[in-house]
Design a protein around this ligand. Structure first.
Ligand SMILES: [Zn+2]
Length: 85
């Protein structure tokens, strides 16, 4: 995976741990070029449903869209990022 800071083409995994319930893997990576660190998450690709919009269009389920909609709905409410996830 490319470094998000300097786009170096190869990064090194420095730590890897299983997430809650064993459903994802969190990896700490380090760029050998700029030496900055970042985190990636690996999870199984699910077979997801289509979403039917108000006007009848269908679009692929998009986890990021659901999360951003829920974040907007939960603004100024005591709901943590982890609970939204
Ligand atoms: Zn880098």
């Amino acid at each position: 995976m490319n470094c998000p800071f300097c786009s170096h083409g190869d990064t090194r995994v420095v730590d890897s741990r299983l997430g809650k319930e064993g459903k994802n893997v969190r990896r700490r990576r380090e760029c050998p070029d700029c030496e900055r660190r970042f985190t990636t998450y690996e999870r199984v690709e699910e077979i997801l449903p289509w979403v039917i919009k108000k006007d009848g269009r269908r679009e692929a389920f998009d986890r990021a869209k659901i999360i951003s909609g829920m974040q907007r709905a939960c603004e100024k409410r005591p709901v943590s990022v982890a609970q939204i996830e």
